[in-house]
Design a protein around this ligand. Structure first.
Ligand SMILES: Nc1nc2c(ncn2[C@@H]2O[C@H](COP(=O)(O)OP(=O)(O)OP(=O)(O)O)[C@@H](O)[C@H]2O)c(=O)[nH]1
Length: 198
């Protein structure tokens, strides 16, 4: 059976649930006390879909601009240059970027639009953009309407799903949509025998 590799990165504001989405996808678990990501973390998961194996190489980036341990301005600037400014390393060569916002926080949707602009300006030309409106289990405190987010996603030709890492809603579907997107197969890398690398 053919094996294809797909580099995918997750972008978005701090606390929107990027790591939780990755944990739900890779480990099928959810930790309500998960720690904020420092810099970036890397995980892989291989799924079988339509007679092919797809190995996701997942880079989960930190959304936090000013981590709690940075007490003064100098430390914050240092953090920015050490981690946030490294984001291009993670989206370069990616088949897809999953940009996550929190449906209960309007400002995280604005951050998402900034990431879309950055990807359009500096990202790979064929990168598949997938927008995930996470925490859809919290509809009572919703601030971003699903229709508005879907209209925006359609306007930029992005995949769109509302997800809940907590309740395992649309997490696998999100990754399957990425596999099935015609553009992602162009960036997919076929791997033969012992050529496979993490
Ligand atoms: N109710 C609910 N809470 C969630 C969901 N996903 C994540 N959370 C919670 O939101 C908080 C932040 O989750 P993370 O996965 O650390 O968010 P992140 O985007 O990776 O954050 P950074 O690492 O700081 O960039 C945690 O308390 C999670 O338990 C969800 O689908 N529903």
């Amino acid at each position: 059976m053919a094996l294809r590799e797909l580099k995918v990165c997750l972008l978005g504001d701090t606390g929107v649930g990027k790591s939780s989405i990755v944990w739900r996808f890779v480990e099928d678990s959810f930790d309500p006390n998960i720690n904020p990501t420092i810099g970036a973390s890397f995980m892989t998961k291989t799924v079988q879909y339509q007679n092919e194996l797809h190995k996701f190489l997942i880079w989960d980036t930190a959304g936090q601009e000013r981590p709690y341990f940075c007490t003064d301005k100098e430390e914050q600037i240092l953090y920015h240059y050490r981690f946030r400014a490294l984001a291009p390393m993670y989206y370069r060569g990616s088949a897809a970027a999953i940009i996550v916002y929190d449906i209960t926080k309007e400002e995280t949707f604005s951050t998402l639009k900034n990431w879309v602009k950055e990807l359009r300006q500096h990202g790979p030309p064929n990168i598949v953009v997938a927008i995930a409106g996470n925490k859809c289990d919290l509809i009572d405190v919703r601030e971003v309407m699903e229709r508005d987010a879907k209209d925006y996603a359609d306007s930029i030709h992005a995949i769109f799903v509302e997800t809940s890492a907590k309740n395992a809603i649309n997490i696998n579907e999100l990754f399957i949509e990425i596999i099935s997107h015609p553009e992602s197969s162009k960036t997919n890398r076929s791997v033969k025998g012992n050529e496979m690398q993490v």
